[in-house]
Design a protein around this ligand. Structure first.
Ligand code: HEM
Length: 128
């Protein structure tokens, strides 16, 4: 792969900008917002969520970061929601990557996020 489009172009700062922009959209989103507001009850909780997501994406994209969580378990413990919302999550995420990055970098994020979304969705489908 050409190094200009490899994950080497993605660092802590890029991921922090992406996570901040994406969750700003999520918070204001009519469909996704309420699902997050149900569990993230304070500004501090949102800020911790942001930090966790930065670390999650650093580990996914760069093999760095302290993230050691269990996303399957965390999503299984949410109030059941319409699994079609994964499509909407991906649309907002893609919109965010496109606002910040080149098409190549955006595609790197989208390949990962689509794969993870598929795993999460299949897990939730199984337990319902
Ligand atoms: C409709 C789809 C989704 C909904 C409604 C959703 C909702 C949430 C909520 C409410 C939390 C906070 C949970 C808490 O702090 O108790 C969370 C955490 C998280 N989400 Fe999602 N999510 C969705 C899709 C995704 C996707 C596609 C990914 C990855 C590509 C993802 C990755 C994560 C991770 C890594 C966490 C942190 C887990 C932890 O605490 O260790 N989510 N999600």
């Amino acid at each position: 792969m050409n190094s200009s489009v490899s994950s080497h172009s993605i660092g802590h700062q890029e991921i922090e900008r992406l996570v901040t922009l994406f969750y700003r959209k999520v918070r204001e989103d009519r469909q996704l917002g309420p699902l997050f507001h149900e569990v993230l009850l304070s500004e501090e909780a949102w800020s911790q969520h942001n930090d966790r997501m930065v670390s999650f994406w650093r580990s996914v994209m760069c093999g760095e970061g302290w993230y050691k969580g269990n996303p399957k378990k965390v999503h299984m413990e949410l109030e059941p929601f319409d699994l079609m919302l994964f499509e909407h999550w991906l649309v907002l995420f893609e919109e965010s990557t496109r606002e910040l990055f080149s098409q190549e970098i955006s595609a790197l994020f989208m390949n990962k996020s689509r794969a993870i979304a598929a795993v999460l969705k299949a897990t939730l489908k199984r337990v319902r």
